[in-house]
Design a protein around this ligand. Structure first.
Ligand code: HEM
Length: 418
């Protein structure tokens, strides 16, 4: 195998595994912040128990996910020297902002939140989890802004073969950013909703004695999931309208319609001259899986919502099993989405500016193979550890949390101690 193929495989593996953590973090933090707000406003103890239970799972996922982010940075530095040289001046800025926000701002507020239980005033403690949430979404914005530049390079000029940033605002107004960000945020909401609903459903299947915590959690998850699913579909199709403008070939290959393919080929010929500027045709498969998966999830989560309102969700039991089964599906679909977006950009690393072949570092394949095997083992281990820890704490229920305070006594309404 040559350096290019290995570097691409490493990028695909690292990004896919890293994004599993990101999806859950983005999805779950909204629930934790929402539940703590409900507690601060109502004073009902059940919301404190919910916040601590789901917050524990969030902290586990965040702590391990941040390490996978480091691996992302390493493989960028090692394998993509040509990309950094040509476009690093431009997309380095949003990437650096992303790292600063995710590593420093988000981690600092999260640390204060974890250790602030029972120590900080209620409203300050609440503000901290909201700051964690804002920082999480801000870092998603910056990383997607960097990626959108690779998809559709804007706000720059080329001097001596290097891109220089001329308009920072253009990075944020990029055609490839807004709908993509909203598509990803919706996917996180769906994943978070199904995670909360699925684990709550599992506790009902096991006949939990924490009925109040999981009844309310189930309700939150089942309401959020269809909102996320329909929003994904909406922004997914909106993305396609934009892609038609800046990457028509990708869209033609996704749809595999001969007339569209021919029209796109003619456009490529006019723009870049003779050559093969089509991504591999197999991206149509992850695209179909993502799209059909979305329709199935949208209908299934809508059905669960109707059953919830009719009070049949827990009574019928079959929907509870369905919610557990649906839990991992959004995570598979986000990987499909990234395959479409990234492989669909081939043969370009920066669309129209730099081919992937020229973006790769000039390093021996053996070195890339060694880092690929090493980092993939680390990432695989982190995924397994994350799953195991989350499953362990999720199974134990709200009686055990990572935050110093015990929740062993049954919930009393209107806890006075925080
Ligand atoms: C009818 C439903 C859907 C449509 C039409 C759709 C459309 C698309 C398109 C066109 C892309 C590629 C964007 C690009 O290359 O610039 C994409 C990417 C993506 N999709 Fe979907 N999608 C759908 C459902 C889903 C679902 C259910 C999920 C996950 C739960 C998902 C997650 C993603 C992710 C994470 C990406 C990569 C980031 C991005 O471009 O937003 N999509 N989707």
């Amino acid at each position: 195998m040559d350096t290019l193929l290995l570097a691409r495989l490493q990028f695909a593996t690292t990004t896919s595994l890293h994004f599993l953590f990101v999806t859950l973090s983005l999805g779950l933090v909204v629930f934790v912040a929402g539940m703590q707000t409900a507690y601060a406003v109502s004073g009902k103890a059940v919301y404190a128990r919910m916040t601590k239970f789901w917050g524990t799972l969030y902290v586990i996922n965040y702590a391990l996910g941040i390490v996978t982010g480091l691996v992302m940075e390493f493989q960028f530095g090692l394998n993509w020297g040509g990309l950094s040289e040509v476009a690093g001046n431009v997309f380095g800025a949003p990437l650096a902002l992303e790292t600063l926000i995710a590593f420093f701002v988000e981690a600092t507020f999260l640390g204060m939140w974890i250790f602030g239980w029972n120590r900080l005033p209620k409203w300050i403690h609440l503000a901290l989890i909201w700051l964690v949430a804002v920082a999480a979404y801000a870092s998603a914005l910056w990383v997607l802004a960097a990626n959108a530049f690779l998809q559709n390079p804007v706000g720059h000029e080329m001097r001596n073969g290097r891109a220089y940033l001329t308009d920072f605002g253009a990075l944020l107004r990029n055609d490839s950013l807004t709908d993509s960000l909203l598509h990803v945020v919706s996917a996180a909401l769906l994943a978070g909703g199904l995670f909360v609903a699925g684990i709550s459903a599992w506790h009902f299947i096991r006949r939990t004695d924490e009925v109040e915590v999981f009844r309310r959690s189930l309700r939150w998850g089942v309401v959020a999931a269809p909102v996320g699913a329909f929003s994904i579909i909406h922004f997914g199709f909106l993305q396609e309208v934009a892609i038609e403008r800046y990457q028509p070939m990708k869209l033609a290959v996704m749809y595999q319609e001969p007339a569209r393919l021919e029209a796109a080929r003619q456009l490529m010929l006019q723009r870049f001259g003779p050559g093969d500027f089509a991504p591999p045709s197999w991206i149509a498969i992850p695209y179909q899986i993502m799209m059909n998966g979305a329709f199935v999830l949208a209908l299934a989560t809508l059905a669960c919502l109707v059953l919830l309102f009719r009070n049949w969700l827990v009574r019928l039991r079959v929907p509870l099993y369905a919610l557990v089964v649906m839990m991992p599906v959004p995570f598979v679909l986000v990987i499909m989405g990234w395959l479409v977006r990234e492989v669909g950009r081939q043969p370009w690393a920066v669309y129209g500016l730099l081919t992937t072949e020229k973006a790769v570092s000039d390093v021996p394949p053996g070195l890339v193979l060694a880092s690929y095997v090493g980092f993939t083992l680390v990432l695989g281990l982190l995924v397994v550890l994350d799953y195991w820890l989350i499953a362990t704490y999720a199974r134990r229920g709200p009686r055990h949390t990572l935050f110093g305070t015990t929740l062993a006594e049954p919930a009393r309404d209107r806890l006075t101690a925080y």
